[in-house]
Design a protein around this ligand. Sequence first.
Ligand SMILES: *Cc1c(COP(=O)(O)O)cnc(C)c1O
Length: 369
Amino acid sequence: MRVPFIDIQAQYRELAPALDATVHEVLSTGAYVLGQHNKGLETEIAAAHGVKHGIAVNSGTDAIRIGLEAAGIGPGHEVITTAFTFVASIEAIIQTGATPVLVDIDPATFNLNPNQLKAALTPRTKAILPIHLYGQLAAIEEISQFGCEHGLTVFEDAAQAIGSHHRGKYAGKFGIAAALSFYVTKNLGAAGDGGMILTDFDDVNERCRSLRVHGMGRERYYYDAVGYTSRLDEIQAAVLRVKLTRLDAWNARRAEVAAIYDRELAGTEVITPEVLDGNNHTYHQYTVRSPRRDALQSFLKARGIDSMIYYPVPLHFHAPYRHLGVAEGDLPETERAALEVLSLPIHQHLTDEQANFVVQQVREFTAAN
Ligand SMILES: *Cc1c(COP(=O)(O)O)cnc(C)c1O
């Protein structure tokens, strides 16, 4: 049996008539930027997360960068975050002119460990950027509480966490704003790049809308800021709206696959994901830990099962981020996670047979080695 890691074509097959129709409709109207589908998508996703504003932009990275800038983060500021994430989280902080301050993760969830915040505080600390890695919110109540107590802005990187919530409160409700990504492989993926900022604050909304079109003010060709070209293409917005109608069902299917993995992998040598009390996990990834991760990955590969390592090298070890001054050994849980994590195939079109085959092979690895 082949178990591919992800199946983008299956998403197309499921929705082909509606996707074809909406793309043709956009092409024929000639309204290619900031049209009705952009508005519709913003309204629908903001409503699904219970926030006032959604601002569509052309990537998740831009959603972080523009969102942070709109929230007043820039040169001279420090933003506390983690190094166990996709590079965009800290790249975007640096692009605003601010400096990322990297703290260690909670080994149980791979997310920012709130106990590390206090030691990272300096007079320049301005914000905390928790990443909701793999699809569950970081310890968001503790992080928001700490932010409140110390007058810090909390900005959520929810690129992997569309539809995730903590006790019914969704990403975007805990701080000044949150960033979503619609990159192809995300739980809600465009036919290319896309992203969105979610915020309850009118002034942040206004500034994001201005920054995504060159810093233009209400009046055309009058500028309030140095901005960007970061509109979401109307074709992408149209594609995303069609897929959005399936997102809840798709996330529910991911949860079913995760339940099979949880149940069938219990008692094997791999450590299954821990879900924090009150969290709803949307399983962008189902990531296990194994001290023999590389051998496990090869074993699965030889049996037709794809798996991925998110992320093999903590960000502070890469050349562009060495200047942050974090040394080997400074973030022990981050380093250990990079050596032990393995993400198993999980997506809405994965069958029970495939999921059962995966666990059977993991069990065989455990028994045979
Ligand atoms: C995907 C991702 C981003 C960036 O999104 P793009 O749309 O690829 O720019 C940022 N942070 C995290 C954690 C991501 O997974």
